[in-house]
Ligand binder design. Structure first.
Ligand code: DX5
Ligand code: ZN
Length: 215
Protein backbone atom coordinates (compact mmCIF):
# COMPACT_ATOMS: atom_id res chain seq x y z
CA UNK A 1 0.00 0.00 0.00
CA UNK A 2 1.06 3.53 -0.77
CA UNK A 3 0.92 6.30 1.86
CA UNK A 4 0.71 9.89 0.65
CA UNK A 5 0.87 12.49 3.45
CA UNK A 6 -0.97 15.68 2.48
CA UNK A 7 1.14 18.81 2.79
CA UNK A 8 -2.03 20.86 3.31
CA UNK A 9 -1.61 20.14 7.00
CA UNK A 10 2.12 20.94 7.04
CA UNK A 11 3.63 24.04 8.62
CA UNK A 12 4.00 26.50 5.73
CA UNK A 13 6.22 28.73 7.81
CA UNK A 14 8.72 25.94 7.88
CA UNK A 15 7.87 23.82 4.87
CA UNK A 16 11.41 22.61 4.32
CA UNK A 17 11.37 20.83 7.67
CA UNK A 18 8.14 18.96 6.90
CA UNK A 19 9.36 18.01 3.43
CA UNK A 20 12.57 16.51 4.81
CA UNK A 21 10.54 14.68 7.45
CA UNK A 22 8.55 12.99 4.65
CA UNK A 23 11.77 12.30 2.73
CA UNK A 24 13.18 10.53 5.76
CA UNK A 25 9.97 8.66 6.58
CA UNK A 26 8.49 5.53 5.06
CA UNK A 27 5.88 7.57 3.17
CA UNK A 28 5.69 6.93 -0.57
CA UNK A 29 4.30 10.06 -2.22
CA UNK A 30 3.74 13.74 -1.42
CA UNK A 31 0.03 14.60 -1.73
CA UNK A 32 -0.33 18.20 -2.91
CA UNK A 33 -3.75 19.90 -2.68
CA UNK A 34 -4.36 22.76 -5.11
CA UNK A 35 -7.55 24.77 -4.39
CA UNK A 36 -8.84 27.76 -6.35
CA UNK A 37 -11.57 29.18 -4.12
CA UNK A 38 -14.13 28.49 -6.90
CA UNK A 39 -14.40 24.72 -7.21
CA UNK A 40 -13.96 24.49 -3.44
CA UNK A 41 -14.57 27.16 -0.78
CA UNK A 42 -10.88 27.50 0.07
CA UNK A 43 -7.65 28.67 -1.57
CA UNK A 44 -4.40 26.80 -0.93
CA UNK A 45 -1.34 27.35 -3.14
CA UNK A 46 -0.22 26.99 -6.73
CA UNK A 47 2.70 26.46 -9.06
CA UNK A 48 5.45 28.51 -7.32
CA UNK A 49 5.02 26.57 -4.09
CA UNK A 50 4.96 23.23 -5.92
CA UNK A 51 8.14 24.18 -7.77
CA UNK A 52 9.83 24.75 -4.41
CA UNK A 53 8.49 21.46 -3.00
CA UNK A 54 9.83 19.63 -6.08
CA UNK A 55 13.34 20.94 -5.48
CA UNK A 56 13.40 19.32 -2.06
CA UNK A 57 11.16 16.28 -2.44
CA UNK A 58 12.75 12.88 -3.02
CA UNK A 59 9.43 11.12 -3.70
CA UNK A 60 6.76 11.51 -6.40
CA UNK A 61 4.37 14.48 -6.26
CA UNK A 62 0.70 13.43 -6.35
CA UNK A 63 -1.05 16.66 -7.31
CA UNK A 64 -4.80 16.85 -6.56
CA UNK A 65 -6.40 19.68 -8.52
CA UNK A 66 -9.49 21.13 -6.86
CA UNK A 67 -9.91 23.79 -9.52
CA UNK A 68 -12.35 24.59 -12.33
CA UNK A 69 -11.18 24.02 -15.91
CA UNK A 70 -8.09 22.05 -14.82
CA UNK A 71 -7.13 21.40 -18.46
CA UNK A 72 -5.86 24.99 -18.70
CA UNK A 73 -2.94 24.16 -16.43
CA UNK A 74 -1.71 20.64 -17.28
CA UNK A 75 1.54 21.86 -18.85
CA UNK A 76 2.16 24.26 -15.96
CA UNK A 77 1.88 21.47 -13.41
CA UNK A 78 4.16 19.25 -15.48
CA UNK A 79 6.72 22.06 -15.60
CA UNK A 80 6.76 22.50 -11.83
CA UNK A 81 7.19 18.79 -11.22
CA UNK A 82 3.88 16.92 -10.92
CA UNK A 83 4.30 13.16 -11.39
CA UNK A 84 0.64 12.27 -10.88
CA UNK A 85 -2.18 14.66 -11.76
CA UNK A 86 -5.72 14.04 -10.53
CA UNK A 87 -8.68 16.08 -11.77
CA UNK A 88 -12.25 16.16 -10.51
CA UNK A 89 -14.99 14.41 -12.48
CA UNK A 90 -17.24 17.33 -11.48
CA UNK A 91 -14.85 19.92 -12.95
CA UNK A 92 -14.11 18.20 -16.27
CA UNK A 93 -16.43 18.66 -19.21
CA UNK A 94 -14.25 16.56 -21.52
CA UNK A 95 -12.83 14.08 -19.06
CA UNK A 96 -11.66 11.52 -21.61
CA UNK A 97 -9.70 14.11 -23.57
CA UNK A 98 -8.21 15.57 -20.39
CA UNK A 99 -6.97 12.19 -19.12
CA UNK A 100 -5.39 11.43 -22.48
CA UNK A 101 -3.67 14.83 -22.46
CA UNK A 102 -2.21 14.29 -18.99
CA UNK A 103 -0.82 10.90 -20.03
CA UNK A 104 0.55 12.26 -23.29
CA UNK A 105 2.50 14.82 -21.26
CA UNK A 106 4.10 11.90 -19.38
CA UNK A 107 2.26 12.12 -16.06
CA UNK A 108 0.01 9.53 -14.44
CA UNK A 109 -3.64 10.54 -14.79
CA UNK A 110 -6.37 10.16 -12.20
CA UNK A 111 -10.03 11.06 -11.73
CA UNK A 112 -11.40 12.29 -8.39
CA UNK A 113 -15.00 11.72 -7.30
CA UNK A 114 -16.71 13.92 -4.72
CA UNK A 115 -18.66 12.05 -2.02
CA UNK A 116 -21.96 12.53 -3.92
CA UNK A 117 -20.68 11.33 -7.30
CA UNK A 118 -21.47 7.72 -8.14
CA UNK A 119 -18.71 5.26 -9.05
CA UNK A 120 -20.97 3.97 -11.85
CA UNK A 121 -20.27 7.19 -13.79
CA UNK A 122 -16.72 5.92 -14.37
CA UNK A 123 -17.83 2.90 -16.36
CA UNK A 124 -16.93 4.42 -19.72
CA UNK A 125 -13.68 6.09 -18.70
CA UNK A 126 -12.10 3.69 -16.20
CA UNK A 127 -9.88 2.17 -18.88
CA UNK A 128 -8.14 5.56 -19.32
CA UNK A 129 -7.36 6.00 -15.61
CA UNK A 130 -4.07 5.23 -13.90
CA UNK A 131 -5.87 5.89 -10.63
CA UNK A 132 -9.20 6.91 -9.17
CA UNK A 133 -9.33 9.01 -6.03
CA UNK A 134 -12.46 8.74 -3.90
CA UNK A 135 -13.04 11.79 -1.69
CA UNK A 136 -14.07 10.59 1.75
CA UNK A 137 -14.84 14.16 2.88
CA UNK A 138 -16.17 17.12 0.92
CA UNK A 139 -13.05 18.67 -0.60
CA UNK A 140 -11.70 21.99 0.61
CA UNK A 141 -10.30 21.46 4.08
CA UNK A 142 -8.14 19.12 6.10
CA UNK A 143 -9.21 17.68 9.43
CA UNK A 144 -12.79 16.68 8.53
CA UNK A 145 -14.70 13.58 9.56
CA UNK A 146 -14.55 10.50 7.30
CA UNK A 147 -17.80 9.79 5.40
CA UNK A 148 -18.78 6.16 6.01
CA UNK A 149 -20.45 5.61 2.62
CA UNK A 150 -16.93 5.63 1.15
CA UNK A 151 -16.63 1.95 2.15
CA UNK A 152 -19.48 1.05 -0.28
CA UNK A 153 -17.88 3.12 -3.00
CA UNK A 154 -14.53 1.32 -2.62
CA UNK A 155 -16.28 -2.02 -3.06
CA UNK A 156 -18.07 -0.84 -6.20
CA UNK A 157 -14.89 0.70 -7.61
CA UNK A 158 -12.86 -2.41 -6.86
CA UNK A 159 -15.40 -4.55 -8.76
CA UNK A 160 -15.21 -2.13 -11.71
CA UNK A 161 -11.40 -2.04 -11.81
CA UNK A 162 -11.16 -5.84 -11.59
CA UNK A 163 -13.52 -6.08 -14.56
CA UNK A 164 -12.17 -3.31 -16.75
CA UNK A 165 -8.76 -2.06 -15.58
CA UNK A 166 -6.97 -4.15 -12.93
CA UNK A 167 -3.93 -1.84 -12.98
CA UNK A 168 -5.95 1.20 -11.88
CA UNK A 169 -5.06 2.27 -8.33
CA UNK A 170 -7.73 3.24 -5.80
CA UNK A 171 -6.83 6.24 -3.63
CA UNK A 172 -8.77 7.50 -0.58
CA UNK A 173 -8.54 11.11 0.62
CA UNK A 174 -10.09 12.74 3.68
CA UNK A 175 -10.45 11.73 7.30
CA UNK A 176 -8.08 8.78 6.93
CA UNK A 177 -6.51 7.69 10.22
CA UNK A 178 -4.90 4.71 11.94
CA UNK A 179 -8.34 3.40 12.96
CA UNK A 180 -9.95 3.19 9.50
CA UNK A 181 -6.82 2.46 7.41
CA UNK A 182 -7.03 -1.28 7.83
CA UNK A 183 -10.63 -1.51 6.60
CA UNK A 184 -9.91 0.78 3.65
CA UNK A 185 -7.05 -1.42 2.50
CA UNK A 186 -8.91 -4.67 3.05
CA UNK A 187 -11.79 -3.40 0.86
CA UNK A 188 -9.39 -2.63 -1.97
CA UNK A 189 -7.74 0.77 -1.48
CA UNK A 190 -4.14 0.99 -2.74
CA UNK A 191 -3.25 4.56 -1.78
CA UNK A 192 -4.15 6.41 1.43
CA UNK A 193 -3.82 10.17 1.82
CA UNK A 194 -3.35 11.37 5.39
CA UNK A 195 -3.10 15.02 6.37
CA UNK A 196 -4.01 16.02 9.89
CA UNK A 197 -3.55 12.50 11.23
CA UNK A 198 0.15 12.65 10.31
CA UNK A 199 0.97 16.31 10.88
CA UNK A 200 -0.93 16.85 14.11
CA UNK A 201 0.53 13.74 15.71
CA UNK A 202 3.34 14.11 18.21
CA UNK A 203 5.75 12.09 16.12
CA UNK A 204 4.83 12.17 12.40
CA UNK A 205 7.64 9.79 11.37
CA UNK A 206 6.35 7.24 13.86
CA UNK A 207 2.73 7.73 12.75
CA UNK A 208 3.76 7.10 9.14
CA UNK A 209 5.60 3.99 10.27
CA UNK A 210 2.46 2.77 12.05
CA UNK A 211 0.42 3.26 8.87
CA UNK A 212 2.95 1.22 6.94
CA UNK A 213 2.96 -1.61 9.46
CA UNK A 214 -0.84 -1.91 9.59
CA UNK A 215 -1.00 -2.21 5.87
C1 DX5 B 1 -9.19 17.91 1.26
C2 DX5 B 1 -7.89 17.47 0.67
C3 DX5 B 1 -7.20 16.45 1.48
C4 DX5 B 1 -6.84 16.87 2.87
C5 DX5 B 1 -6.90 15.65 3.74
O1 DX5 B 1 -9.89 18.68 0.35
O2 DX5 B 1 -8.08 16.92 -0.60
O3 DX5 B 1 -6.05 15.94 0.80
O4 DX5 B 1 -5.58 17.47 2.98
O5 DX5 B 1 -6.74 16.03 5.06
P1 DX5 B 1 -7.15 15.09 6.26
O6 DX5 B 1 -6.34 13.84 6.16
O7 DX5 B 1 -6.82 15.91 7.46
O8 DX5 B 1 -8.64 14.82 6.14
ZN1 ZN C 1 -6.34 15.86 -1.56
Amino acid sequence: MILAPSLLSANFGCLEKDISMINLSQADWFHIDVMDGVFVPNISFGQPVIKYIKQLAKKPLDVHLMIVEPQRYFEDFLRVGADILTIHFEASLHLHRSLEEIKKLGMKAGVVLNPHTSVSLLEDVIECCDLVLLMSVNPGFGGQKFIENTYNKIEKLKALTIKKNPNCLIEIDGGVNLENANKLISLGADVLVAGSCVFSSENPIETIKQFKTIL
